[in-house]
Ligand binder design. Sequence first.
Ligand code: DQA
Length: 148
Amino acid sequence: MSREILLLSGPNLDELGTRSPEIYGTDTLDQHVQRFSDAAKAHGFSVRHLQSNFEGDLIEAVHGARASSVAIVINAGALTHSSWALADALASFDGPKIEVHLSNPAAREPFRHLSTLSGVVSGTIAGFGATSYDLALDAVLRLVPTTD
Ligand code: DQA
């Protein structure tokens, strides 16, 4: 059985570290991914990470995950608030799907209050900064069936 988690990062998350640090913190995306991957590895999971500023890349990665991954953790950035196509793709993935955000979109501008993804994911973790990724991994560990 595959023990791969697909970790997806949407538009502008490649700018973490310098992008609005008062909102998103100063950790780079590489640092978030490294921490997530190390923690996943300690639990017997590998992590495949893709960051893209292009919606279609993320959709195709979700399609590919049907054959290769047991779970998806996705921070879709602003596509969270606009992409019905990404939501449709995620709907066809059967395993656990965790929507994650560093900030708490519900406490920010009104356009961030809609998530097109929330209705198709297993659950959402938002507002805990870097810890959001730790909590997302914890959710995966609880939701993915054990191998033995
Ligand atoms: C974000 C929240 C989104 O509203 C925003 O567009 C992002 C980052 C977060 O992690 O807090 O790019 O997903």
